[in-house]
Design a protein. Sequence first.
Length: 313
Amino acid sequence: MKKYIYSLFLIVHVIAISGCFNKGIEHEDGFGNFDVSSDGKLIAFSWITNGQASLYIYDLKRNYVLKKISSPSEASFLNPRFSADGKNVVFVSNEKNSINSSIYVGNVISGEIKKITDTNSIKTEAVFKSNGDSIIYCAANEYGNNSIVAAKTARDFDIYSVSISSGLSKRYTSLNAYSLGSLNIDSASTIAFYVFAGDNGGIFKYNALDGKMSKRISSINDTSDKAEDYSNPFFIDSNHLLYTVYNRMYIIDLRSQKTKSIYSFNSNISNLRYSSTLQRIFFTDESSDGIIYSIDISGKEKHELKLMPRSSP
């Protein structure tokens, strides 16, 4: 049996259905998207070969892939996110030559997978609810052109939940958003997400317990940025949220609405993740050069993680 050994370099390609902002259904070969377990021991990522994306569970300490999860039906497995205990991943399954997709859960150790939802909509991103018994996901109900000259894209997005045991789904929001994504959830079942809607876009919160939607997240002490440009929300804890504005990274105290600038990069930041155990932030940029960067919570001690696949007996 082959082990998939990775040195430290990732080649990132833009893939369609890699988040809630997809423009098509083609998957370009190369690295897709990633997540880091809360304890910082594992990375889950998708890698596309010959148009099909598989998932890989990578052990950071031992420097090799523990498990490869792929579909025998040539479906692409995309956008993995860890459960709180790091034992499972939730991901999107996109059938070959299909627009619609479904949500699966996979076991990190055994590689066994379970289909959770139907394929009646364009599901593009999912995260485990804090208690692990259900999944939060975003889905689009339309796919088309917004104008004669524009390319087709998924649209009409909202947030849903689905029970892992029963498969019963529930619609949370009625936003009918043009684009929506970067789902993240805290221990109190508050969902943070990004909406692309021009001057009305930005980061919002939705409370899954009482069904209340927050006003747009904004800072009272940083007037250099516009709230519609905030993106990539990720909870540090229930009161503090990481976010980015293009190439800059911030932490906002949600009680005081005061923001602290912690890092400035040389290009736009994307795919923001956080390990609570390591207290380190992981991210990629939009240059598609493939490097995963990490910094400590104060924005210092920058490391680079570069994964390049090769096999060995």
